[in-house]
Design a protein around this ligand. Sequence first.
Ligand code: UDX
Length: 471
Amino acid sequence: MRIAVVGSGYVGLVTGACFGDLGHEVVLVDNDAKRIAALSSGEVPIHEQFLPELLARHRGERIRFSGDLQAATRASEVVLIAVGTPATESGDADLSYVESVAREISGGIEEYKVVVEKSTVPVYTSQWIRTIIMRDGADPAHFEVASNPEFLREGTAVTDFVYPDRIVVGVESERAAAVMRELYGPLTSGWYYGRADAIPRPEAASGKGPPRLIITSTKSAELIKHASNAYLAMKISFINAVASICEAVGANVEQVRDGIGTDSRIGPRFMNPGIGYGGSCFPKDLMAFRAVAKESGYDFRLLEEVIRINEEQRHRFLRKVRSVLWTLRGKRLGVLGLAFKGGTDDIRESPALLLVQELLREGCQVCAYDPAAMERAKGVLPAGVEFAADAYAAAKDADALLILTDWEEFATLDLEHLLAVVKYPIVLDGRNLYDPTVMLENGFSYYSVGRPAALTEEVRARALPRKRERA
Ligand code: UDX
């Protein structure tokens, strides 16, 4: 099919590249001429596994780049809107980009096509897009608006696109449903997975058949997106709250998570305790969902608690660092991780970055390393923060080493080498990447989230009052 994708950010670029790989003819439209030029010349502006391969495979043939949205609309059967919907001050989603794109699309509608909202938008948005396009003169018989929310995780977005648990399509007519079925046909028919050059099947999708296409109303599809992200964020805040209780009573949250996660109704995924969730989606989507609920007359206070626990998680970790080091001012901290999670260069709402900013306010010296996010972090962090070439350089002469992002490479450090470079053998792990006994065996005092601290003898001795004082 001939399709247009509007917006070449994390969602738009991955969506366009993957639809090209499914066999469609894609025009990727963006109003940022520099970005279009960079994409056309072969640059890949975001850090996503397999994206460079897909763009190299199809650039100039199946995937073209353009700044002319009306021409792209005119030439397409499906136009997917994948522009940003950032949070406003009050937490509502800012839909002004969606609106300006809808106005432009209106001028390109001369024969039937489906306009798809791919961006995460509040319920009713599809109705607004329809109203705007009609107001600007398009014939209502020549278009329909569908909702097709994405469930892409950063860092694994390409894999998540071609191996989705499900595809959700919200439509108001069978005609639009047929167009969307054809769009996703290469996946739902299983044809794509038979291709020799298909994106590799991930472990989590092994043995699964082709994805289901779930057809709903547009409003239900819009709500599915918000409810999905809110539920996932709730799972994270739930296990983080349980981790805090484990710390209070001396239990081990990883054991508790395994014990509850083996209940097939609960499941172990998305229950990794840590310094909390971040990213460009969960924080924004939760506030948008809460605002949508309030507007419709429902006071969704559960979401407020999910947000509060998430904030509190970071403050608890800062208190833990202070309790271990006694005073923070002037202390040298090695920091591993600045991205909001491993596998991405994105620092938006990153708990790691927010913690570093709080530690700097406390007067700490910070030497940070992140495999992908340092360039972006340099644009946000104040001068004076040191950036290291690798984990061991970040740990050099550190009073303590903090692990704040779950990069694979931080879970497999050479502990002997690490012990040789730190000033004190103290590790505070905000992502529970290590087994405490392994850290102890390697001479570290190890503090993590929701588990008892593993203290080397001398640290334990220093922590306990002297015998004679006790007598
Ligand atoms: C999320 C949703 O997973 C995805 O479906 C949606 O389309 C976009 O938002 P993303 O934000 O890219 O994806 O990353 P995700 O892997 O969900 O992680 C979000 C945050 O939660 C990260 O900060 C991560 O570190 C944290 N997290 C995740 C936890 O703290 N514990 C977990 O168990 C899982």
